[in-house]
Design a protein around this ligand. Structure first.
Ligand code: ADP
Length: 396
């Protein structure tokens, strides 16, 4: 069965068509500037990437163009929509309602809408994609795969904040965690690679991309993760601050006469690597700048790695041990020096990195020495494939 995987944002939409038997990507691409003008990128497997301007006043037109591209006589990969067996949608926030992926029905869509309060920027945009697909493919089953679901196994000790309990009761203020599809996919694969049953493993997953989070996965379940009610908590990220003293918000707001909205925008969009370095949110730009002697860029890279080291320590403690520490996503898969810096601080766990093996980018590999007590690995994440697998399992 071919599964169309959709990751829909407010003005963009990423898609992949995946053959669920072979797990091959048949075609992929993205729609950008939806509601502004519109740009379609389309790439069939083994073919050239094509970019074309298309008028996309809404997501419905965007998805129409995706379908047109997929079924195009010359460069298409399927003859008609009949060859799409199901659609898998990435949904950011499933609140406490969704502990697993679910088939999209009027009831589940309503329940996702009710979680929008917790992710006002993401869930409504995700649902626009769902509705546009339903309009154009009314008979194709659709599945929602949540970023938060994998972390719903966290115990109360990990997910409750030190706040008045009524905020949890009244508004569901608690830690949820994100990137769950990636943490689940990568931790399962790690167990396979190290040859230990998933149900018996203690794994720390370092998902280090532009958005970054760590998770502690014990006996096949997420028991802690660094993002919280929103993706702002935890590590220092591309443009997000991660953990800060909450009193800073009032302090700076008063000094600079800023509103709460402005402060939140700074913490989400202007902080992290970008804020510290004053150069860029992108790890590669920072490596460049640092190699030319830019001290703030170097500081940003060091602070990023230091926060990862601290969270690994916390999660090794939370699980009372660790079998494997695995790096994934843009920085985790590609940034050799970041991995090296982090792993040098893990010798207290008996973890030993092999610097030669560590010289790899974007490939699955064990990067620890044979003597290392903790396995260190790089495992590329593949959220689209994970969504396709979940979708298949539910529509079969
Ligand atoms: P997201 O999906 O959260 O947007 P990604 O997982 O694509 O993010 O990761 C983006 C990050 O990965 C950027 O900071 C980028 O600089 C970094 N990255 C990608 N390739 C490399 C590389 N070769 N070396 C260092 N960092 C890299």
């Amino acid at each position: 069965m071919n599964i169309l995987v959709i990751n829909c944002g407010s003005s963009s939409l990423k898609y992949q068509l995946i053959n669920s038997e072979t797990e091959d990507v048949l075609a992929k691409g993205l729609c950008e500037r939806i509601g502004i003008d519109g740009m379609l990128t389309y790439q069939p497997a083994g073919g050239e990437k094509e970019k074309s301007e298309k008028a996309m006043p809404t997501h419905t037109e965007a998805i129409k163009f995706v379908i047109e591209a997929l079924t195009n006589e010359k460069t298409g990969v399927i003859k008609s929509l009949d060859e799409v067996g199901a659609v898998g949608h990435r949904i950011v926030h499933g609140g406490e309602k969704f502990t697993a992926s679910t088939v999209l029905t009027a009831e589940t869509i309503q329940a996702i809408e009710e979680c929008s309060d917790l992710a006002p920027l993401h869930n409504p945009a995700n649902l626009i994609g769902v509705r546009a697909c339903q309009e154009l493919m009314p008979n194709v089953p659709m599945v929602a795969v949540f970023d938060t679901a994998f972390h719903q196994t966290m115990p109360k000790t990990a997910y409750l904040y030190g706040l008045p309990y009524e905020y949890y009761e009244n508004y569901k203020v608690r830690r949820y965690g994100f990137h769950g599809t990636s943490h689940s996919f990568v931790s399962k694969r790690t167990a396979e690679i190290i040859g230990k049953p998933y149900e018996d493993c203690k794994i720390i997953v370092c998902h280090l991309g532009n958005g970054a989070s760590l998770s502690a996965v014990m006996n096949g379940k997420s028991v802690d993760t660094s993002m919280g009610l929103t993706p702002l908590e935890g590590l220092v990220m591309g443009t997000r601050s991660g953990d800060i003293d909450p009193a800073i918000i009032e302090f700076v707001a008063k000094k600079e006469g800023k509103t709460l909205d402005e402060m939140m925008n700074i913490l989400n969009k202007k902080s992290g690597l970008l804020g510290i370095s004053c150069v860029s949110s992108d790890g590669r730009d920072l490596e460049d700048a640092a190699s030319k002697g830019d001290e703030k860029a170097q500081a940003a890279l060091d602070i990023f790695a230091y926060r990862v080291v601290k969270y690994i320590g916390a999660y090794a403690a939370a699980m009372n041990g660790v079998d494997a520490i695995v790096f994934t996503a843009g920085i985790g898969e590609n940034d050799i020096s970041c991995r090296s810096k982090v792993c040098k601080n893990l010798t207290y766990l008996g973890a030993q990195i092999d610097e030669e093996l560590n010289k790899c980018r974007g490939e699955e590999r064990i990067i620890s020495t044979p003597e290392s007590k903790v396995k260190l690995l790089v495992v590329p994440t593949n959220e689209e494939l994970a969504i396709a697998r979940e979708t298949l399992a539910l529509v079969k």
